[in-house]
Design a protein around this ligand. Structure first.
Ligand code: ADP
Length: 405
């Protein structure tokens, strides 16, 4: 007998959801509510599997209104006959700090810990908690499970998560590398092992999660060993609007020359930097690629340099992690691309792999031009190159079932 499990991701003004029949892992229904809390009406969209997408304009002053609407359309569309059928709700929680080494059941104590970690993820954790509270109220009989973005990276060794600052800052303030996108890196590395037809314990894989937020993870024997994001998701690669790694004194110097306080500079490096600033016009990779191709584009010259910076940084991290795998006496089995850019941009994949000559990695251009889960390895490549669409919601649903008992 299958259970209906809802996987949700509550942001400060958004709510994304997917309903699965478990353990069959069949996706029944999905959608999102955007611009919750306004201003004005927000957009509520949903799609029952096999049917057309429905888009509604809806005033949603808070998340409860969006959740009530979701429960209403779940029944109305026939995805469930009654909301009582939903046995579990799995929630994405961005920052679990060092407290959580696995997903957990939602309890008042666990929510309190997540609240106490809010200073490490001020945009995300409070919104995630709000989602858990609202769903707990709306679906009193469903098990609420918390699935953390950081858990997968808790296996990193000290040498990769400590920063070279006084140890007391780690001891007293927990300043260290946490990483993010853990659920995606876990799913993609597991799926990579399946595609390679190898026991995960015998695999060494590099996962490139390239979306608006982007990170690269070195996964050995199914465990995260190192990852490009750091204390917060601003570190590592050049992202849509985030700087990625940068000389730390740029920050203090910026404070001096702009007069911005810490929050002001934080806003600058997280929301107004990255590809948006480097190209001078857009953080959307489709726009950037178009500007690179079109010499008449007003931002062509800037876009060319920004795009090169973006590609080079990805290849740099892959090379670094590959070298670490090889130095530990293992060989790199595969590089797997995922997320919005990794899944959709054949150009980004090609240019990145072209920079990996040191690994004798080569792409098959015909395979690279297709979509879905694909092996894009050239016949003379020493490393497998894969594209694997990420399934964070499915991972959340799996953990919800596992913890339901
Ligand atoms: P996030 O979840 O971090 O918001 P996504 O994984 O949804 O990000 O990825 C969003 C990014 O994917 C955007 O930069 C978008 O431009 C890029 N993207 C989507 N489709 C394509 C495409 N066909 N070619 C290039 N980039 C694409």
């Amino acid at each position: 007998m299958s259970d209906k499990i809802l996987a949700v991701n509550a942001g400060s003004s958004s709510l994304k959801f997917k309903l699965f029949a478990m353990p069959e892992e069949v996706e029944l229904f999905q959608g999102a509510a955007d611009r919750i809390t306004g201003p004005g009406d927000g957009e509520f969209s949903y799609k029952k599997t096999g049917e057309e997408k429905v888009k509604l304009s809806l005033n949603m002053p808070n998340h409860e209104v969006a959740i009530d609407k979701l429960l209403e359309v779940l029944v109305e569309s026939g995805a469930v006959t009654s909301v009582e059928e939903i046995k579990g709700v799995g929630h994405r929680v961005v920052q679990g700090g060092e407290f959580f080494k696995d997903s957990v059941l939602s309890t008042p104590e666990n929510l309190e810990i997540i609240e106490s970690l809010s200073s490490l993820a001020p945009l995300h954790n409070p919104a995630n908690i709000m989602g858990v509270r609202a769903f707990s109220k709306a679906l009193r009989n469903a098990t609420q499970v918390l699935v953390f973005d950081t858990v997968f990276h808790q296996t990193m060794p000290e040498v990769n998560y400590l920063y070279p600052i006084d140890r007391k800052f780690y001891d007293n303030h927990k300043i260290r590398r946490y990483g993010a996108h853990g659920t995606s890196h876990k799913y993609v590395s597991q799926t990579t092992a399946e595609i390679l037809n190898k026991n995960i314990a015998d695999t060494s894989v590099i996962v490139a999660h390239l979306g608006n937020g982007a990170s690269i993870t070195e996964v050995v024997a199914g465990k995260s060993v190192n990852t490009s994001m750091g204390f917060t998701p601003t570190g590592g690669l050049i992202m849509g609007t985030r700087t990625g790694d940068i000389d730390p004194t740029v920050i203090t110097y910026l404070q001096k020359v702009t007069g911005f306080d810490a929050d002001g500079v934080n806003d600058l490096i997280t929301k107004r930097s990255g590809m948006l600033a480097a190209t001078g016009f857009s953080n959307d990779m489709r726009d950037v690629e178009e500007a690179v191709e079109n010499e008449e584009h007003p931002h062509h010259a800037q876009a060319v340099v920004a795009f090169d910076m973006f590609i080079k940084k990805i290849a740099d991290f892959i090379t670094l992690y590959a070298a670490d795998i090889i130095a530990s006496g293992k060989s790199l089995d595969a590089i797997s691309f995922t997320a919005g850019i990794g899944e959709n941009s054949s150009t980004v994949r090609k240019l990145v792999v072209d920079r990996l000559a040191i690994l004798s990695a080569k792409i098959d251009e015909v395979a690279n031009s297709t979509r879905g889960t694909i092996d894009i390895t050239a016949s003379d490549s020493k490393v497998k190159i894969l594209v694997i669409p990420t399934e964070e919601e499915l991972m959340i649903a799996r953990d919800t079932v596992r913890l339901q008992g």
